[in-house]
Design a protein around this ligand. Sequence first.
Ligand code: ARG
Length: 462
Amino acid sequence: MNENNKTWSGRFNEPVSELVKRYTASVEFDQRLAPFDIQGSLAHANMLAAQGIISRDDLTAIEQGLSQIREEIQNNEFVWSLDLEDVHLNIEKRLTSLVGDAGKRLHTGRSRNDQVATDIRLFMRTAIDEIIVLIRAMQSALLDLAQQHIHTIMPGFTHLQVAQPVSFAHHLMAYFEMLKRDTGRLQDCRVRTNQLPLGAAALAGTSYPIDREYTARLLGFDGVCENSLDAVSDRDFAIEFNASAALIMTHLSRLSEELILWMTPAFGFIQLADRFCTGSSIMPQKKNPDVPELVRGKTGRVNGHLIALLTLMKAQPLAYNKDNQEDKEPLFDTVDTVIDTLRIYTDMLSGIQVNAQNMRRSALRGHATATDLADYLVKKGIPFRDAHEIVARTVQHAEHMQCELSELNLNDLQQFSAEVASDIFDFLTLEGSMSSRNHTGGTAPEQIQAAIQRARSWLANP
Ligand code: ARG
C-alpha cells in the first residue's frame, strides 16, 4: 500500500489536503449506515460463495469478521477514521485487518456505487416501516380522542370565520384521513425502494458470474434494478420518500396551527398537558405551546430537504457522481424529524383537555346555523338563491338586534318569510344542524360513529 494510505490512492502522487479530506469524507454521517452496509456485504459474500467466485473458507472468515465488526460498532469500540473516507471503506479496512485476504476479496464484483445505493435503500425501507407503525399509533390516538367527542360541538370554519357547527370528533377524523393517505404514499414509495442495485457495480455491471436475484432474495428485496446505470444513480425513491415526509409534516403542521389557536384564551377550546409547553421568563401568566410551534417550524426543514434532494439530482449526468453523497444528511434529518414528531404527537394527543363549553359557546356565535335556515326554506319550496337572500336579511336583523339567529323568535323570523313555522327550531339548534348532515362523510353523530368504526377496522387490517 502506498504512503497516502487511501484504499484507492495507488495511482496518486500527492495526498489530499486536510481540508479536502474533511470536505470529501462522509464517514461522520454515513457511519449510521453501518448495520445496512454489513447486511449488504453478508448477502453479497454469500452470493459470491454460492457462485464459486470466492471460497467457502473466505465466506466463513468474512462472516466472522463482519459479525465482530457489528459488535464493535454496537459497543462503540469501533475506531472510525476520516482517512478512510466513508462507512464502506472503514468497515472493509477493519475486515481486512481482522481476516486478511478474505476481507480483500469481499469487494469482488462490487463497487461502492452499487454498495451505497443498496445501503440507502435498506435504510429507507426500515425507516418507512417504522414511520408507518408510528402513523398508525397516532391514528389510534386520534380515534380514541374522537370517540370521546362525537357529541362535542365546535364551530367549523371557512376563512377562519364561523361557518357551520361540526363535531370535534369529525374535525379530528379529517386528520385521520390525511394520515391514511400518508401511509399509502409511503407504502407506494416502498415498492420502488425495495429493488436491489447490487450487481450494477461501478456503472456497467460486472464480468463475474454473479446471481443478483439470489442476493435480492437474501436481502428481502422484491427484485433487482433493471439497468445498471440507473441502479447506481437513481435516488427517486429518496425524493419520493422526502415528498411523502413533507406531506406528513404539512398535515401535522396544520394540526399544530389549530392547537396553537385553540389554546389561546380567545378560543379557549383546549389545553395541552404542561409537559408539552413552556413558560415565559418574563411573563408569569404564559403557557406557551412550544411543541406544536416546533412541529410547525420543523416542517420547514423537511420541506427544505425535499428541495435539496431535487436540486441535488437535477443536473447529474449518468451514472454515479460524488454529488450523491449529499443525499444522506437531508434524508437522515427528515427521517429523524418525522419519527420524533409522530412520537411526540401521539403522546400529546392523549393529553389534550377539551373545553366543550367554550367550543359550544363559540359555535353559538356567528350565526352558524344560517345555512340550515336556508335549507329549511328550500325544503318548503323556495329556490335556494331566494332562500339565501332571505337568510342574509334575517342575519342582518339579528346583528341589528345584537343577538344570534337562533335567538330570534318565531315572529321575528316570519317577518322575512311566511314559510317559517315553529319546527324551524329543530334545525336552528346546533344539534339539529349537525344531525341533519346525515350521509357518508357528514358530521351527524351517527355518521361519525360509523366513520370511527371503519377507521378502527382499517387500522386492525390495513
Ligand atoms: N461515500 C460515497 C457516497 O456516499 C460512497 C460512494 C463513493 N463512490 C465513489 N465512486 N467515490 O456516495
